[in-house]
Write a protein that binds this ligand. Structure first.
Ligand code: FPP
Length: 248
């Protein structure tokens, strides 16, 4: 896909793009099954879509991209699939870290990272440190992530601060809770994309998606490319976002 994609030209002409896009990357298993391949082949193919999506965000001026790569519930998958996903994470980091840094992409991994293997944890620390100065795009990869667990963690942290006398209960407001979430440094997502046609949130960013626009595409994640991201942004640009108010 060149710079001249008609959709890219159109979305630039339209003006405002979403500052923050979140994506539930779904359908890797079905993509593999359709080809008689093991599920891990679908996850492998899904890495190319991650690269395409990052490029599309850089081209269109999106500031933050948050990807759901591995949920807390995914720990219940067969051990062989978990091993394949962890190996893929390390492969992704080894393959992409230098280019992401060069492109100004700051990578952060969000979730219960203490459950990762020591070598996966080391790889995560490496890419976060290497890319920390990136200013073109913040790329958040949710790993071992569950939104309810994130909210419980935030509530516990606020309770501890109250107990320590640092915080008055009356000072706990929406901003105080948001500040305890993994996503604290970034604005809430404007647009949530889910691939493979499923209409579920799957315990992803329950608090942060309060006012996001949803875009569900039947495209399976390994088939999702730049032009699909541009199509989602074009659709977003036609939405009437009211945040509970009435249109002007
Ligand atoms: C959901 O498809 C996808 C996942 C659980 C893994 C997502 C991982 C990648 C896209 C590759 C790795 C990316 C990085 C950044 C390391 P599914 O297996 O639930 O598909 P199904 O619903 O068709 O079975």
């Amino acid at each position: 896909m060149s710079e001249d994609s008609p959709r890219l030209v159109q979305l630039r002409r339209n003006g405002a793009v979403p500052r923050h896009i979140a994506i539930i990357m779904d359908g890797n298993g079905r993509w593999a099954a359709e080809r008689g391949l093991p599920r891990s082949a679908g996850h492998q193919a899904g890495m190319t879509s991650v690269r395409e999506t990052v490029e599309a965000c850089l081209q269109s001026g999106v500031e933050v991209l948050t990807l759901f790569a591995f949920s807390q519930e995914n720990w219940q998958r067969p051990p062989a699939e978990i091993d394949a996903l962890m190996a893929l994470l390390e492969e992704y980091i080894a393959r992409e870290a230098a280019e992401l840094r060069q492109q100004g992409v700051a990578v952060r991994m969000l979730g219960a990272l203490d459950r990762l293997t020591p070598s996966a944890r080391e790889a995560v620390d490496h890419i976060e440190a290497l890319t920390a100065g990136g200013r073109a795009l913040a790329l958040n990869i949710c790993l071992s992530y569950g939104s309810r667990a994130e909210l419980v963690r935030a509530a516990r942290s606020l309770a501890q601060r109250v107990q320590a006398g640092e915080l008055q209960p009356s000072a706990i407001d929406e901003a105080a809770l948001s500040a305890e979430l993994y996503t604290a440094p970034w604005p809430d997502p404007d647009l949530l994309i889910r691939t493979s046609g499923e209409m579920r949130l799957s315990n992803f960013l329950l608090w942060q998606l309060a006012y996001a626009e949803f875009y569900v595409t039947p495209v399976l994640w390994p088939d999702f490319g730049r032009d699909d991201l541009f199509a989602a942004v074009l659709d977003f640009q036609n939405r009437d976002r009211r945040f509970g108010r009435v249109s002007t």
